[in-house]
Design a protein around this ligand. Structure first.
Ligand code: SIN
Ligand code: MN
Length: 317
């Protein structure tokens, strides 16, 4: 309960109690900050989806740097260009605590993302040229979710741009999550995210109200590729802080192993970094149900404050 209170923004607190008139006023502020554009036809989607499959296969072979890949049972993330600390990786929770990883700690943006996603966005005038410097692939299984959050405002410029692949979904605003079992309140607004569509979020929609992907809206595998601009002066971990983080996560992983479960695979050293690369999370299917719920309760989503599991089937009334 305390935790729930702590994670709610002032806006979320009032959403539950809004009168129809107040809801209408909120919607009037949110709407101008959301734009959806059908940019990729089915043929292009198939090509992009094949590329995503290759990323997944490469990750399974352990060929990416440690913090490029973040695995959780119902959603995996692949960071390119830039990555940042969130969820379990944060020692201190709270607003503006997220930090970029040191330069070189994350794999570069794949050339196919630049060619088939960023260039078309630039050509359409949706983002300035050479503006995007980070890309994240979120790969959701049915029932996967991202809990309510605001993309860290000290790290990411606006607009936040996402491309939906594999299946249709919805982006919900102003939802409250509760957990075990996972439930979500009625969204203030739900924006359809069709396969092949681009969604741009800025202004009030991006900064003053939370957004999420609800588990009940992910009925089939879905992938979002989120392309953003990281501010040049966004705070970064020092190499000492990075080392300390790796050690803390290694210790935690070995405790999981101590219960007879997951043992992180040893992988190649990161280019430019001395540490070996291990996944910080157990791979899906590699652990028993009890451990899975233990891991999931400490797994994360895109924000530090909202660290709850999305691994149970939703039970939404
Ligand atoms: C999405 O999956 O479309 C959005 C995810 C996020 O906001 O982190
Ligand atoms: Mn987001």
């Amino acid at each position: 309960m305390v935790d729930q209170e702590r994670i709610l923004t002032p806006n979320q607190k009032v959403h539950d109690n809004l009168s129809p008139e107040e809801r209408f006023e909120e919607l009037k502020k949110i709407h101008p900050g959301i734009q959806t554009v059908k940019l990729f036809d089915s043929e292009v989607c198939v090509k992009l989806e094949e590329k995503v499959e290759k990323v997944k296969a490469k990750a399974l072979k352990g060929l990416y740097k440690r913090f490029t890949v973040d695995k959780a049972p119902l959603r995996n993330k692949y960071f390119f260009g830039e990555g940042y600390t969130y969820g379990d990786q944060l020692e201190q929770k709270g607003e503006r605590k997220e930090r970029l990883f040191p330069e070189g700690a994350i794999d570069p943006i794949p050339s196919w993302v630049k060619k088939y996603i960023i260039k078309p966005l630039e050509k359409e005038g949706l983002v300035p040229e050479n503006w995007i410097n980070s890309a994240v692939i979120n790969d959701y299984l049915p029932g996967g979710c991202i809990v309510s959050h605001v993309d860290p405002i000290h790290i990411f410029d606006r607009p936040i741009v996402s491309i939906s692949l594999f299946s249709d979904c919805a982006l919900s605003f102003g939802c409250k999550f509760s957990f075990r079992p996972i439930r979500t309140s009625k969204p203030l607004l739900s924006v359809p995210l069709r396969r092949g569509c681009v969604c741009l979020m800025s202004g009030y929609a991006a900064n003053e109200v939370t957004h999420c992907i609800r588990p009940e809206d992910v009925t089939e595998r879905r992938v979002a590729i989120i392309v953003r601009r990281v501010f040049p002066d966004a705070p970064r971990l020092t190499s000492q802080q990075y080392d300390a983080l790796c050690e803390r996560l290694d210790r935690k992983a070995s405790q999981v192993d101590g219960r007879g479960g997951f043992k992180p695979p040893i992988q190649q050293p990161a280019r430019g970094l001395k540490r070996p690369l291990e996944y910080s999370k157990p791979p899906f299917g590699a652990i028993g149900q009890q451990q899975l719920s233990d891991v999931s309760s400490s797994s994360d989503d895109d924000v530090s404050e909202h660290r709850k599991d999305c691994n149970k089937k939703p039970k939404v009334s």
